[in-house]
Design a protein. Structure first.
Length: 155
């Protein structure tokens, strides 16, 4: 089997940032996959599942209701629990979406109230939520983006 591209990124050097992982095309439609790396893999503890689940619910709600809602394909957690993937229609660069990602982070950090989609009829694991920790991870990530940027895997 061929080695997939994301396994070729040296995770020992990877730092928090917003990276373009790949651009795929099918029948003339391009989709850009972004690696929203919240923590440094294999150096920092992974994100706890309840917080990551809350980031998924709030992030997806924001993105699918925001100005770029027609470009959103998917937003969700990485299996390794060091960040999230954001898939969008079009051939985009991290710089093209950084404003949207920052706005999503600001939305999560300021959010109060019930978590959207966190009722038993809406979610398969509705009780596993942690808004306070979601805000912690998201504020930390937003600070990393604004301080260091990091839009290239080589950085």
């Amino acid at each position: 089997m061929d080695r997939i591209a994301s396994f070729s990124v040296n995770h020992l050097k990877l730092k928090p940032g917003l990276y373009l992982s790949r651009v795929d095309e099918c029948n003339g439609v391009k989709v850009s996959t972004f690696d929203m790396r919240f923590t440094a893999p294999n150096k920092e503890p992974v994100m706890d599942m309840p917080a990551l689940h809350t980031i998924e619910h709030l992030g997806a709600t924001f993105l699918r209701n925001g100005r770029d809602k027609d470009k959103i394909v998917y937003f969700g957690p990485m299996g390794c629990r060091t960040g999230c993937y954001l898939l969008m229609f079009g051939e985009l660069k991290p710089e093209d979406i950084c404003g949207t990602v920052e706005e999503m982070c600001e939305f999560i950090c300021a959010y109060t109230g019930d978590i959207p989609g966190a009722r038993p009829e809406e979610c398969g694991n509705y009780l596993e939520q942690n808004l306070d920790m979601a805000k912690y991870y998201t504020a930390r990530y937003l600070n990393e983006l604004r301080t260091f940027g990091r839009f290239s895997y080589q950085a």
